[in-house]
Design a protein around this ligand. Structure first.
Ligand code: SF4
Length: 623
């Protein structure tokens, strides 16, 4: 097995309660690197097309990368991959904290859960020994209660990733939470875990991670950490967290307000980074081996939730429970975040589902009878927190909201599909493409659905910052759609895909070049890994992910934005009067498919492209 891998994965047969250890496929690791790349290869090979995401044929795959757990800057990440119950296509979630390193040091690169357990279980892994344990006493309990109870079952300090009631209740956007506050949030993989009756994974261990050239690796990592420590960007993220971008997005006119009915928020100063620092910040929180510390340790100091503490909100959460719901009460936003972490809910999809329900109520599409007497009004901060409770428990109107905006709009009808703010079922993050056209392309081409960190193209647009990991990320004028700039989306998707595969945080891509990363990967694994390998690996993985989606029926026609963004002009702000017209989006897509070597009519990777990437075995499936 290549260096930097543990060389073993756990396969857990849940119906039989049987655990087997098998070698990590080294040939696949060399092609798909690890993390989300390697997990996707296992998914593609082992999960049949059309498998029910919540049924026994779906598999839930946890995978670390070759850099996870090393001293490389921010090597904290692990990925989870399965068919998503929210989107029905390739589902991926990724998280930092310390769980990824703990899993790897327990002796394994990853875990594949198969089938459905007859009773609630948790998987305990200590120093290479894995056992399935009864989780009945904590079924129905929150993430923090579960972690406390699991810690009590062992004299060894364990690192835990768990689901809360939302995952058990099969909320379609349930998250997996590690270290109590860190979410593998998107795509509803917590519901897949709940369907399998796996409450948690708890691990510990001291297995060494063998590196090909330890000295060179440590020197390279140290040089990069020293460089990052002197970066102004690090200081900015450490001081203000990700919410530092709220003012920038608002000033560009793309800050979603009242379910994307507007792009500037009149109360931005009550929910921006400064407000967060003034009102709730207690400490900066960092993931394993990270010099940045963008996490927020917070405490609610006043009002009805005074005394509660935890982590967050970060930018997306602050917008989705805040301006997107018309709320400017930072205490309520923070409380909604805490509850999502404890129930195991994705904050973006939860906030977006609430905002969508509020607009449906405003328009009379969702009636008081359907809400059980609740008035779903924009701006009602207490209601937002209350609805998070109801979603996790699938109680009352929460049962409808737990389905996510796509299914909600299908059930409610009345033209609500126009303002159900998702792409392929995944609720959109808080950047309005009417104010930065290229971000719309990034939303529709992201393999897991409407997502911001697949292409991260909001960085050179809303934040006016280049992404160093690609050669050129410049966007001339965010208000103007330039099909040639589709190349930036392709390059950023490919480069950032590598981070999810090797186990690094994508924020490093802002500050470190691909050359920097190549040095780390080569000295860790021993592979002859150059700049071209970096680019090609990202592209190969991206095409494999697209193949997973194509296999589930995705084609060009579904690479589409909600009608609101294409037809309803923003009412005010710098982008007032703007939409991203359908023809404009189609022109950018055509350019994008051209740069990707995908078929123009279907958006499927062509046989020529698949062959070029060494993915010949997919050709017969796709064509
Ligand atoms: S930059 Fe933030 S999210 Fe990324 S590893 Fe560091 S603390 Fe974690």
């Amino acid at each position: 097995m290549s260096y930097a891998f543990m060389g073993k994965i756990l396969r857990v047969d849940l119906p039989q309660g049987k655990i087997t250890v098998e070698p990590t496929r080294d040939d696949w690791a060399q092609q798909f690197l690890g993390g989300a790349g390697l997990a996707t290869k296992y998914l593609y090979e082992e999960v049949p097309q059309g498998a029910d995401p919540l049924g026994p044929a779906n598999k839930l795959i946890f995978m670390t990368g070759p850099l996870t757990g090393t001293s490389s800057p921010s090597a904290s990440r692990y990925s989870v991959v399965a068919r998503s119950p929210l989107t029905g296509i390739w589902g991926h979630a990724n998280s930092g904290g310390t769980f990824g390193p703990a899993l790897k040091r327990s002796g394994f690169d990853g875990i594949i859960f198969e089938g459905i357990s007859p009773k609630p279980v948790f998987l305990k892994i200590i120093d290479g020994q894995a056992e399935l344990c009864d989780a009945t006493p904590v079924w129905g309990k929150t993430v923090s209660e579960t972690e406390d109870w699991i810690q009590g079952t062992s004299p060894t300090r364990l690192t835990v990733a768990a689901i809360g009631p939302a995952g058990e209740n099969l909320v379609r956007y349930a998250a997996i939470i590690n270290n109590r506050h860190r979410a593998a949030g998107r795509c509803g993989l917590g519901a897949v875990m709940g369907a399998k009756r796996v409450k948690a994974i708890a691990c510990a261990g001291q297995a060494p991670i063998r590196l090909a050239d330890e000295k060179l690796f440590q020197e390279t990592a140290k040089k990069q950490i020293d460089y990052l420590n002197e970066s102004l960007l690090k200081v900015a993220f450490e001081s203000f967290g990700t919410n530092i971008v709220s003012d920038m997005v608002d000033v560009h006119g793309g800050y979603p307000v009242r379910n994307w009915q507007a792009g500037t928020f009149e109360q931005i100063d009550q929910v921006n980074a400064q407000a967060l620092s003034d009102k709730v910040l207690v400490s900066q929180v960092r993931c394993f081996a990270c010099p940045i510390a963008c996490g927020r340790g917070t405490e609610i100091r006043e009002g009805k939730w005074a005394g509660h503490h935890g982590e967050g909100p970060e930018y997306e959460t602050a917008n989705m429970f805040g301006a997107c719901c018309g709320v400017a009460d930072l205490q309520a936003i923070t409380m909604a975040n805490y509850r999502c972490n404890d129930y195991g809910l994705d904050t973006i999809s939860a906030g977006s589902s609430i905002a969508f329900a509020m607009e449906c109520y405003e328009k009379g599409i969702l009636t008081r009878e359907q809400t059980g007497g609740l008035e779903l009004r924009f701006g009602d901060a207490d209601l937002v927190v209350d609805l998070v409770d109801k979603i996790a428990a699938r109680q009352g109107v929460g049962d409808l909201l737990a389905e996510g905006t796509r299914i909600m709009s299908q059930r409610l009808g009345g033209g609500s599909e126009r303002f159900a703010m998702h792409v392929k079922g995944l609720e959109l993050p808080a950047y309005d493409p009417r104010a930065a056209k290229i971000t719309g392309l990034g939303f529709v081409t992201a393999n897991r659905g409407g997502d911001h960190i697949t292409a991260y193209v909001q960085l050179p647009t809303f934040v006016d910052m280049p992404m160093l990991v690609v050669e050129n990320s410049a966007i001339r004028d965010p208000f103007v759609a330039n099909p040639e700039e589709a190349k930036v989306v392709v390059d950023m998707e490919n480069a950032l895909t590598v981070f999810d595969a090797v186990g690094g945080c994508k924020f490093m891509g802002i500050m470190l070049s691909a050359d920097d990363y190549v040095g780390l990967i080569a000295s860790a694994t021993g592979w002859p890994f150059g700049l071209q390998d970096f680019r090609t690996s990202g592209e190969r993985i991206y095409n494999l992910q697209r193949a997973c989606c194509v296999r589930e029926g995705i084609n060009r026609s579904q690479d589409l934005l909600p009608a609101r963004l294409m037809e309803e002009p923003l009412p005010a702000g710098p982008a007032a009067g703007m939409v991203i017209e359908r023809d404009t989006l189609e022109a950018m897509k055509s350019a994008y498919y051209g740069f990707r070597g995908w078929d123009q009519e279907t958006g499927t990777p062509t046989p020529k492209k698949l062959h070029e990437l060494g993915l010949d075995d997919l050709i017969a499936d796709m064509w």
